[in-house]
Design a protein around this ligand. Structure first.
Ligand code: MD3
Ligand code: FE
Length: 196
């Protein structure tokens, strides 16, 4: 795992925010439920050729939003940024296929999990944090391995590749009032992925 602290300028963060609002106009944030029926403690939407879905039928990537409409393309600025970052870690043929957008209100969190819905588990996952600080947890490849707490801040980038790609991870807590980027507070996280 690579944690690039304060990688994005305020101007870049605001540009990403603007394009996320455009994505959410076409593909509104929704609260998915886990296969058990329990709702997530965050809202999600996606852009790209695929989007991540969870419902009582399971976790998967699909070609349409729950509203039935296709996802909108990944905004060029995000696509270029992801390819540039992938290049820097030696993944010169990285092809972003989806960008999952998670929005956490101040009580939002995300339980410890592994990302394994992707058919190809080799390409890196690139995460962009915007808005309030959060306590991010990362452990090992087994659920019971000890976890480490990392504070993620607005403008930080995390790249998950190699050994860390199948690490258990989650969001323990949002720290309200720590950023003025989002006028209503909370935290946005974007994860760019190549699915297959
Ligand atoms: C570590 N999102 O969407 S991003 C997710 O902040 C997710 O919204 C969190 O976990 C968030 O699946 C964390 C950082 C991240 C993304 C993928 C990972 C960390 C990861 C994959 C493997 C290990
Ligand atoms: Fe994850």
């Amino acid at each position: 795992m690579l944690h690039l602290q304060q990688y994005l300028t305020l101007e870049q963060q605001n540009e990403i925010l603007t394009v996320c609002r455009e994505v959410a106009r076409q593909s509104p944030l929704f609260t998915p439920v886990m296969p058990s029926g329990k709702p997530f403690n965050c809202q999600m939407t996606s852009c790209g050729e695929l989007g991540w879905i969870s419902d009582t039928k399971g976790y998967r990537y699909g070609e349409t939003h729950p509203n039935g409409k296709p996802w909108t393309p990944i905004p060029e600025m995000i696509n270029n940024l992801a390819k540039d970052l992938a290049n820097q870690i030696g993944e010169s043929s990285y092809h972003p296929q989806t960008c999952l957008i998670n929005y956490y209100q101040k009580s939002g969190k995300l339980g410890l999990h592994q990302d394994n819905s992707e058919k190809n588990l080799n390409p890196a996952i690139i995460s962009i944090s915007l808005g309030d600080d959060a306590i991010f947890l990362i452990g090992g490849n087994k659920r019971n391995a000890k976890t480490k707490e990392i504070i993620v801040k607005s403008g930080d980038i995390i790249i998950l590749h190699g050994d860390s790609r199948l690490a258990f991870h989650g969001i323990k807590k949002i720290i309200p009032g720590t950023s003025s980027l989002l006028k209503n507070g909370g935290r946005l996280n974007l994860t760019i992925r190549q699915v297959y």
